[in-house]
Write a protein that binds this ligand. Structure first.
Ligand SMILES: [Zn+2]
Ligand SMILES: [Zn+2]
Length: 396
């Protein structure tokens, strides 16, 4: 298709997003005002499904066996673009990661693209992916084949800068428990085995380990049981730790070393260690550069300048990493907050419902829809994306 026609179609999808402005902001605010944690996003899932059904999409709720996942499709053929929607909140902090904006922007983009399919050919799927924050919903969905048949997968995450080549670390979750023996802490301490001491020694061992591992790695955790009363030697303690690294092979090495820290706590105190690694592991994010460049040009056409730092600072971990290992995918960031403001804070939760948040939502929806048009119309682009994807598979 000549590029002139593609440009006209892009102008049309921008108009189609603009036509949804009030409805998308309403959707975003409704989700924001009603924060639901991972796998409990029943209202958000219901609102998004209704929005898409009312606009001509075929909607499957409970997609791949997850109650709060969905797939909404328009058109049946390849090529097919997937726009991923996250909508889980952070327990206690509400929408401090701005997933209400991800949900509304991918949904708005999907509707806009759905209205030009007769010209582009192909199809579009908006895929609702629950529980990004804690359970790795996309990792589970990836294993169940939720993303097969897509030529590209995209979502835009709100943040403090416009960036396309965002990085994210592979991440594993470790649950530990120590079992000691209770005793009166003053009258019979010699008969106790202190499960809290075991945990604190393990924390210290992890702190020492941090000096001698790669800069990009992260190991951090919280104590979830530190005993019940100061006059009782704690007979039980528990913690949850996250272990993160840039690649999966270093992550495996690091997991062994972190576990050794916890074993040392058991050895020193005589408490018994029980541990469990979560089945779901977040893969590192590998953005498709070819697709990212196209997105960047479209975002620039909307008046936003992309500033990727020479070495992208990992934003943490995301289950979009697991998707990026399956097919060409991008996970750009759009600025809604001042530089330096961190996600996962109360301030960011406020910004996610502000005018700046709405602007980010609409620009993200437009850039996503324009990029989807490029992917659907340009077989050469799809080939280049695939070539890059397969080359990166061979390299990893
Ligand atoms: Zn988050
Ligand atoms: Zn997030």
């Amino acid at each position: 298709m000549p590029s002139e026609d593609t440009d006209k179609l892009k102008a049309r999808v921008v108009d189609e997003v603009e036509a949804q402005r009030d409805a998308l902001i309403d959707l975003s605010l409704r989700i924001h005002d009603n924060p639901e944690a991972g796998f409990q996003e029943e209202d958000a899932c219901g609102w998004l499904c209704a929005y898409l059904r009312e606009r001509g999409f075929a909607v499957e709720r409970g997609f791949v066996g997850l109650a709060t996942a969905f797939r909404a499709t328009r058109g049946a053929d390849r090529p097919r673009v997937g726009l991923l929607a996250e909508y889980d909140a952070l327990p206690g902090l509400g929408h401090a990661c701005g997933h209400n904006i991800i949900a509304a922007s991918s949904t708005g983009a999907g509707v806009a693209v759905g209205r030009v399919l007769e010209a582009t050919g192909g199809s579009v799927a908006v895929i609702g992916t629950p529980a990004e924050e804690v359970y790795g919903g996309k990792a589970i969905m990836a294993e169940r084949g939720a993303f097969t048949g897509l030529d590209a997968a995209m979502l835009v995450h709100p943040g403090s800068r416009n960036a396309v080549l965002t990085a994210a670390l592979a991440c594993a979750t470790l649950h530990v428990e120590y079992f000691g023996r209770e005793a009166h802490a003053a009258s019979r301490p010699e008969s106790g085995i202190n499960a809290l001491d075991a945990l604190i020694l393990a924390f210290s061992a992890v702190a020492a380990l941090r000096q001698h591992i790669r800069d990009s790695t992260r190991v951090h955790g919280v104590i979830t049981d530190g005993g019940q009363a100061p006059n009782v030697v704690p007979g039980h303690s528990a913690a949850v730790f996250l272990v993160r690294a840039e690649d999966e092979s270093y992550l495996e090495e690091l997991k062994e070393r972190v576990l050794a820290c916890f074993q040392s706590g058991a050895q020193a105190t005589g408490a018994r260690l029980e541990y469990r690694w979560d089945d779901v592991q977040y893969a590192p994010l590998r953005p498709n550069r070819t697709l990212a460049e196209v997105y960047q040009r479209n975002l620039a056409a909307l008046g936003r300048t992309v500033e990727d730092p020479p070495v992208p600072r990992p934003l943490g971990s995301t289950d979009m990493g697991n998707v990026s290992l399956l097919l060409p995918a991008i996970h750009p960031s759009i600025a809604i907050a001042p530089p330096g403001m961190s996600i996962h804070t109360a301030d960011f939760a406020r910004i996610a419902a502000s005018e700046e948040g709405h602007r980010g939502l609409l620009d993200a929806a437009k850039a996503l829809a324009m990029t989807a048009v490029d992917v659907l119309c340009d077989a050469g682009l799809r080939r280049r994306m695939d070539d890059e994807f397969h080359a990166s598979q061979r390299g990893s």
